[in-house]
Design a protein around this ligand. Sequence first.
Ligand SMILES: [Zn+2]
Length: 439
Amino acid sequence: MTVSADCQALLAKYVVPVVPENVLLEDTAIIIDHGAIVDVIDISAVGERYPQATVQALPHHVVMPGMVNAHGHSPMVLMRGLADDLPLMEWLQNHIWPAEQAFASEDFVRAGSELAAVEMLQGGTTCFNDNYFFPNITAEVVEAAGIRALLGLPVMNVPTIWADDEAGYIDQGLAVVEQHGGHDRIGWAWAPHAPYTVSDESFCRLGELTEAGGMRLHLHLLETAGEIEQSLQTHGEHPIDRLVRLGLYNERLIAAHMTQLTAEQIEATARAGVSVLHCPAANMKLASGFCPIDRLDRAGVNIAIGTDGAASNNRLDMFAEMRLASLNAKGSALNPEAAPAARSLSMATIQGARALGLDHLIGSIEVGKAADVIAVDLDEAGSAPIHNVISHLVYAVGRHQVSDVWVSGQRLVQAGEVTTLDRSAIVANAQRWADKMHA
Ligand SMILES: [Zn+2]
């Protein structure tokens, strides 16, 4: 194979490629060139086959695909810890929405997106699926940070600084896509907030737009039981029946939460090809219910994992979320075999990529894919001894063990520090926002 003079070789003690699932490679080199993975070979063969490669030794590390945070609202990191220990509607209507009304602005979104990008990159997340106001500003941060994202164009019937009504939100989204255009690390999705904040008319319009643009429809769905009751009263039908009637229950739909599902709805979800974005921490913190990922998984539904916003988690920590996904699945299904480690690792990587329509590009360590990979340092007491690396990644490792992160071959984290953003300035700026919110 011919590679350029600036090709890199990551010499890893362990590699977990994720595809195929539950496979561990030892003493393996990943060769990266022009941002892509061009070879995966035994370390002993590197000197002869790639003598020009810049070598990075990772002697106590496991290299795995970067994590895909499949559901979040990144600028909400500025509301981390602002209102805890409350029910969803009280939390949303009496705390989060008023705070957003008072403070959300371009500067707020920039400050929050920067803080979220630093937190996610340092924790091994290389791609995130977002939904917040001013996605054009988040896009600028994504470009500068070097991270990858699918950015939602929000739509709801709640007036905010971003738009007055649903039609206004759609106009704003169309303008953002028009102005920003394409970018190799940024995609756009339509992101209606939830069935209880979006009309049939807007849903139909978004159905046309997502179909025409080959885009995802990113929606909060069945987060709580109350949402079903409210839909039956307002629309005379269950939210899923409503989405089916509107022609939106299909493979473009990526649905966050899904804590309330009957057996028939699980089968219908599998048949429709809807991806479920599972957010175990937020569901437990807001006591919304348990997403039945054991049953969804057995039915063949693509499940991805997300942190949700930091106001309801309060971490953008995919290692913590992956562990919770496994524990929550076992505890809620009363089945210790539910969501085994290798499956949760798939949900946090390749299945997240599949939900976002990016599995041809990211989510696994395979030749031809983008070099979106992370190195996790296992040289610490909490990771000893090493019986099973994949078990450690899900049940034992903490995000502080992420030492290095590459996206499209660019090193965005080196020895635990972000290379593209000024972490201390961003943290100080976030504190200025918190001080303002408490003034
Ligand atoms: Zn959410």
